[in-house]
Design a protein around this ligand. Structure first.
Ligand code: NAP
Length: 283
């Protein structure tokens, strides 16, 4: 088999990427296969060497390896370098080149809903890898102000420092306790795993007045499709954006990088709707 692709992570068995890429290959008439590979912690470097030896042309990378690949690639694209995280590897003659398509996927999930970031006040709940990537992206897109809301304040401060290395943008930090945000939030992005299947009843912030200040609520969790956080946003009058869009469009962008093609918008939207149905059916 010549055209081999896959995703590496730990754990990996619930990944939706094989289903997504099978759909993409079918609709784009590309011969090939895509598999989920479980890489045990400690085996990442052997995993990458093995993938190269086997001629695997492209890999997606998920938790916990996105921030551990910089020394294992022969080249890295500027955006992946800036955020310090790689989610896509493309095989070149000398080895793998690293990219990050999560930001592209996130922006496209907003664009299809007619939402922009420029001059907006954006709150981000969480301060981990995904929050850092999104904070840098939101700053780059010209947001007016960023509010970081996190349980661990030291981690939130580290995130703010990372953004300030590149962008001059007003940023404030809030803890999760006694939460009072002194401004309306044009966008509030939930990036913690709280509320993820099978603990979908968990809610990151259980304080109704907070939700009244949100105009658009985004959750990057995609299983369940409609999280408790999104339900709270919606019931307090906000528009909501589901996490599946980010997953689908980052995957499509990886495919475009590997195949050196552009996936037409009509096919992107067909795949998006089929993935939403797939998640709903699989519950
Ligand atoms: P991470 O680096 O481990 O960060 C997790 C963050 O969540 C930290 O800020 C942590 O707070 C907070 N957190 C975790 N458990 C918490 C709890 N019980 N109460 C309060 N805060 C809690 O993880 P990540 O890589 O950023 O990923 C986060 C989520 O994003 C995952 O669910 C992942 O599946 C999802 N994701 C989705 C997409 C997509 O395509 N839709 C892409 C990437 C990631 P502390 O700092 O206080 O510990």
């Amino acid at each position: 088999m010549d055209n081999l692709f896959g995703v590496i992570g730990h754990p990996i068995e619930h990944s939706l990427s094989p289903f997504l890429h099978k759909l993409l290959m079918e609709k784009m008439d590309v011969e090939g296969s895509y598999h989920a590979f479980h890489v045990q912690p400690g085996n990442l470097d052997q995993g990458i060497l093995g993938a190269r030896a086997l001629g695997i042309k492209g890999l997606n990378v998920t938790i916990p390896y996105k921030e551990k690949l910089e020394d294992l690639v022969v080249d890295i694209d500027d955006y992946a370098k800036e955020i310090g995280a790689i989610n896509t590897l493309k095989l070149t003659e000398k080895g793998y080149k690293g990219y990050n398509t999560d930001g592209y996927g996130f922006l496209k999930s907003l664009t299809i809903e007619g939402i922009t970031i420029k001059n907006k006040t954006v709150a981000i709940i969480g301060a981990g890898g995904a929050a850092k990537a999104l904070a840098l992206l939101v700053a780059k897109e010209g947001a007016k102000k960023i509010i970081i809301i996190n349980r661990n304040i030291d981690r939130a401060q580290m995130l703010v420092q990372s953004v300030r290395e590149y962008y001059k943008i007003p940023m404030v930090i809030h803890g999760l306790n006694n939460l009072f945000v002194d401004t309306d939030m044009d966008l509030c992005i939930q990036t913690t795993p709280v509320g993820m299947y099978p603990k979908e009843d968990q809610l990151i912030i259980d304080h109704a007045p907070f939700y009244e200040q949100i105009k658009v609520g985004v959750d990057i969790i995609y299983n369940p499709h409609h999280t408790s956080f999104l339900e709270m946003c919606k019931s307090h009058g906000a528009k909501v954006v589901h996490g599946i869009g980010m997953l689908v469009f980052q995957g499509i962008r990886s495919f475009e990088i590997w195949q050196d093609v552009q996936v037409p918008d009509s096919i992107q939207m067909e795949i998006y709707h089929e993935m939403v149905e797939h998640i709903r059916r699989s519950r």
